[in-house]
Design a protein around this ligand. Structure first.
Ligand code: NZQ
Ligand code: ZN
Length: 387
């Protein structure tokens, strides 16, 4: 294991009734003006909006609404939120939604306190914001684990980049699995696959020898696979849903990453595909993962072989490392088909004329990946994914 420091600043309130039971005491610690941030309106249909507005009103808060945060939130939307927060002298941000709302607010909270453009600060001056409007998250769509970390994935439509920006940690995260029960099934599955991908992206980093973090990771992957299947069998299964919500958080709260340098090459590629096509994140990962992994052989065989045995229950009897690695990738691809995720860009309705060369050329190459990819090989991966 590499050396590490572990400090975790997010208080997690998990379980049914978590907002009703805990939000009032959290709100009593913050100023009077609260930005209530949400997406395209699902929370108005399922009653979460009314419940939370009731709690905010009872706490005597002045509510500033920031709504319409889209999936794959844009840099323009961040700027809109920051202006609103500044104009209204917002004391606290309550982000209510999935990864998109939660990420957008992480950067709003920083941009609202500085005059400098935060993209320039982070990408050109290599600085990081240090002051933030405090925030709380109410998760209504699970999968990304965005509520557990301080990275935000923001789409800069002008620069054609979907990239990570460093933002603030939430002071608290409310994870009520019941709030996620109205998610469309397609989003449930793509979100859960995103969680599985986070586990794999962490596992596939270095060091590559088995370690404690990886063993917790294997258990988390097995849990996600089992509970995706249970959820497909019975979408109302609250036990399975609860497990998926917590597994998503575990994958991104830093625990699995302790002592590791992560891989995340698949994510970097998917993010750029998103920059060019605005595609669904989990679906993009589902298409890319098996093809990218085939290209990571033989360099990644050692870890793939372990995943075959420890996560996918493939019998190692009579198989060498390369055969086990190949069996893992085959099994992963079969699982993606089994759970109804797309397997080609065509199935995702990605337009034929998408500039895949530009997607590959603009993808960040990560240091932790077992294979040192080039833009040319990423282009080959994308081309194979076309279908
Ligand atoms: O906008 P509304 O109307 O709320 O609808 C949303 C949206 O259409 C809907 N939804 C959310 N809660 C619901 C619900 N529908 C019914 N009932 C509910 N309870 O779900 C749709 C998707 O929401 P979104 O937040 O876009 O999805 P997700 O959570 O998958 O977030 C995706 C974003 O997170 C980034 C992705 O790149 C993408 O931009 N990621 C963030 C990460 C992080 N910060 O750690 C890590 C990830 O790898 C990922 O990159
Ligand atoms: Zn992801």
């Amino acid at each position: 294991m590499n050396t590490f420091t572990y400090n975790y600043p997010v208080t997690v309130y998990f379980g049914e009734g978590a907002a009703k039971n805990n939000l009032p005491k959290e709100l009593s610690k913050v100023g009077d003006t609260v930005m209530f941030a949400y997406g395209g309106g699902s929370i108005k249909k399922n009653g979460i909006y009314d419940e939370l507005v009731g709690i905010l009103t009872a706490a005597g808060k002045k509510i500033v609404e920031f709504n319409g945060i889209m999936s794959n939130p844009t840099y323009d939307k961040v700027q809109e939120g920051a202006r609103l927060a500044k104009e209204n002298k917002v004391d606290f941000i309550l982000a209510v939604g999935g990864g998109s709302v939660i990420d957008c607010c992480k950067i709003v909270s920083a941009q609202a306190l500085i005059d400098e453009d935060i993209w320039t600060l982070e990408y050109e001056k290599h600085g990081v914001p240090t002051e933030f409007i405090p925030m709380g998250a109410v998760v209504t769509a699970f999968g990304t684990g965005a509520e557990m970390n301080n990275g935000a994935v923001i789409t800069n439509t002008e620069k054609m980049m979907k990239s990570p920006l460093r933002g603030a940690f939430y002071s608290f995260a409310i994870l009520d699995p019941v709030y996620t029960m109205t998610m469309p099934m397609k989003q449930v599955i793509s979100g859960a696959f995103d969680s599985l991908s986070h586990c794999m992206e962490t596992y596939m980093g270095s060091p590559r020898e088995i370690n404690y973090s990886d063993e917790i990771n294997e258990a988390t992957q097995r849990n996600i696979i089992r509970n995706i299947r249970a959820t497909l069998k019975d979408p109302k299964d609250l036990h399975a849903r609860s497990e998926l919500v917590w597994a998503a958080a575990m994958a991104e709260n830093g625990m699995l990453k302790l002592g590791k340098i992560t891989d995340f090459q698949c994510h970097m590629l998917e993010h750029q595909l998103g920059a060019y096509t605005d595609c669904n994140h989990g679906q993009g990962l589902a298409v890319l993962h098996p093809v990218l992994y085939r290209h990571m052989m033989p360099e990644a065989n050692h870890q793939f072989a372990r995943l075959a045995v420890e996560v996918w229950d493939i019998d190692p009897e009579g198989k060498n490392e390369a055969q086990l690695a190949a069996a893992f990738v085959k099994e992963l691809a079969a699982f993606i088909r089994e759970i109804g995720l797309p397997t080609t860009l065509r199935e995702m309705d990605i337009p034929e004329n998408t500039d895949l060369r530009a997607v590959a050329d603009s993808t960040i190459l990560t240091g932790g990946c077992a294979k040192k990819f080039t833009a040319d090989e990423l282009f080959a991966v994308l081309s194979e994914c076309r279908g």
